[in-house]
Design a protein around this ligand. Sequence first.
Ligand code: C2O
Ligand code: CU
Length: 465
Amino acid sequence: MPIISRRTILKGSAAAAASFAIGGGLAARNGIAAPLRLKAQFTEAALASDGITPKVMTYGTGEAAATGMPPVIRMKKGEPFAARLMNALDEPTTIHWHGLRIVNAMDGVPEMTQPYVYPGDGFDYTFTPPDAGTFWYHPHCNTLTQMGHGLTGVIVVEDPADPVFDAEIVLNLRDWRLGTGGAFIAPFKPRDAARGGTYGTVRTTNWQQQPSYDAPAGGLVRIRMAATDVTRIYSLAAEGAPAVVIALDGNPVDAPYPLDLLDFGPGQRVELIVRMPDQEGTEVKLGNVRGSSPFTIATLRATGASLKRDIREVKPLPANPVAEVDLSTAKRIPLDFTATAEHAPVPSICGTIGYTFWAINKVPWQGDTPDPGAPVSELKLGKSYVLQVRNRTPHAHPIHLHGLSFRILNSNKRTILPPPTDTILLLPDEQAELGLVADNPGDWLLHCHIIEHQKTGMSGYFRIV
Ligand code: C2O
Ligand code: CU
């Protein structure tokens, strides 16, 4: 159930705490964890209006969610977490914990940070999330298929110092490429992969089309949304109630500000507080207003007597421990994102889709091959860097860096700079400087999160030693 009232939050987190904090607590005391069981498996789901979709992929925990969707995983900032992935698919898989700054060996990139998890096998993930916020998880194998078929779930990392709101709603936004009768169709068209990416045909929120949720009238509702689609960039607007942005991509904004229109791309997250209308039955719409066919992401319906809350009560969330960049010593690293002339497919980590269209610093697939070649750059542990990113294409690219957070220091395309992030939606012709401290050792992928772009060359890695 995606809507959680204040009471059920307490109950829910107590229950969740009981199920894996037994793990967490014991892990802390005895080094033994009772992991959350995540079984990658096939299911079927009611996604389209004209038929049940077979061969959907999901993560099961034992109790099936009503929609079949991968569970929202709740963790606690600074506390050990453990999960056991079991592979009941018919191909290898792994889990990447997108945005969590955890140890390299738990990052879920096959060949690079861990072995493939073959059908019938399992893998134990244990780590401690250092930051609170909204994150997500997905495989890093054959991703256009595995993510396209359903393997994208949301993570909430709670902070005991977080303010409590009247309700919380977690929204997993994604599309599906389905044909008549709800069956999957080809995941992409090469022509689109070489442009903005191939869109899905059915748009869902929590695996439902335009769902509606009850929320307390006059209450402050925390909305956590994650764009887990392989292609779609959203432009978010709220209609029918005031809303403020409190966090982006897993980090709080310095001061909450009114939601006007917010663009976010694959891999990115947005947290809002919506002040529900006082009148029972009144609806609030969260919509995607981008493109030729705007649509409703979700409807919120006010229920009960008004709680009469004031949106000005919303204070900044506690900050995460992201290191300050030392600009006086920071080394500059230019990174150009470009198209590349179409040539033969290169076998990448976890499979190619058969084309090469994109490059970073003129090199497609920098090191992203089963026999990793040179990294895009080698960084020194603990040192500050400024990535001088440049989008030399007419398309937006959500560029994601594993294992680290960076700050957008300046940009020729924006006046408001977001909080530290793991993914920047690099706009067409945007030029920006990203500051980071290389404080997490290992090999960290850097790639576009439009998966067709990632899988046709816009991918590489940093080595931090
Ligand atoms: Cu969402 Cu390489 O990751
Ligand atoms: Cu891209």
